[in-house]
Design a protein around this ligand. Structure first.
Ligand code: 5GP
Length: 263
């Protein structure tokens, strides 16, 4: 699939058009940002790992009946996805209180929530992605009541599936952020809601079950060090990366392939 013009460049990814108007290429960069772009760095190999981890997770979700934008991984950094019109909302699910929730409402860090907590944030960098209510979403036409009803159900199913996947590899899924869009389904000749963007250690909080060691982007946000090693650990535990591969030793300038395991 040939890459066409750049359609959009975000903080961690670039979207390119293809010859097919309904398909685009999603390219994973090594750039890491936090605190609304105030903190920036390159984490060599992050894009490669997120591409592979997100492929694995979205494929598993799709096997459980969740509709996603993912079609196939093209190479180390790129995947072919359905072009989707993204809702300007970040859907956040929390199982354990940490991060902005503890600050905003003074909830003790690590409180296990009785049931998953769903939050909505308006995707607007200039406003630092503020938390909003469903009423805001409906009032300003960011999504309809019908859309949100459907998305809430899918989001809670995703939380159940992801919790199980990570529990199976000794990791607690603390919280995560997902995005949805509307994409064309040529089989039914209609637009439908699909899970979009990515699911990776950039977008989830993942704590080792026994030690509570952070295996996610908080290592970057909080200067905990060993960022890439943590992402690599997640890939290893998911058994999509052979034990012997050390991604920090791979030359990404020249390399065109790393041997990832096929499941
Ligand atoms: P918090 O609101 O506590 O900062 O984040 C909650 C969860 O959503 C965390 O897993 C965090 O990684 C994810 N999240 C929230 N906003 C963003 C964002 O703008 N980008 C990314 N990559 N993840 C986010």
């Amino acid at each position: 699939m040939n890459k066409g013009n750049k359609l959009y460049e975000g903080k961690a990814k670039i979207i390119y058009e293809t010859k097919d108007k309904n398909l685009v290429i999603q390219h994973f960069k090594d750039d890491a940002t936090a605190f609304n772009n105030l903190k920036k760095a390159k984490v060599e190999g992050k894009g490669v790992l997120n591409n592979r981890i997100s492929e694995y997770i979205l494929t598993n979700l799709s096997q459980c009946g969740i509709k996603t934008h993912f079609i196939k991984r093209l190479n180390m950094r790129e995947q072919l996805i359905k072009k989707a019109e993204i809702f300007p909302i970040e859907f956040i699910v929390r199982n354990v209180a940490t991060g902005s929730l503890t600050k905003r409402l003074d909830i003790p860090e690590g409180t296990v929530l009785e049931r998953p907590l769903l939050e909505y944030c308006y995707k607007k960098d200039e406003l630092e992605d503020p938390i909003v209510s469903k009423e805001h979403i409906y009032s300003f036409g960011w999504a309809t009541e019908k859309d949100i009803k459907e998305i809430d159900i899918i989001t809670l199913r995703i939380n159940d599936i992801l919790t199980g996947i990570f529990r199976g590899i000794g990791i607690k899924l603390i919280d995560f952020k997902i995005e949805y869009g509307k994409a064309w389904n040529k089989e039914i000749n209609k637009n439908e809601i699909v899970l979009a963007d990515e699911i990776s250690p950039d977008t989830c909080r993942l704590w080792d079950m026994k030690t509570e060691k952070k295996l996610d982007k908080d290592r970057f946000r909080k200067d905990l060090g060993n960022v890439i090693q943590a992402y690599q650990e997640v890939a290893r535990r998911l058994r999509i990366m052979p034990e012997e591969t050390n991604i920090s030793e791979v030359n990404f300038g020249k390399a065109t392939s790393i041997k990832f395991k096929k499941k």
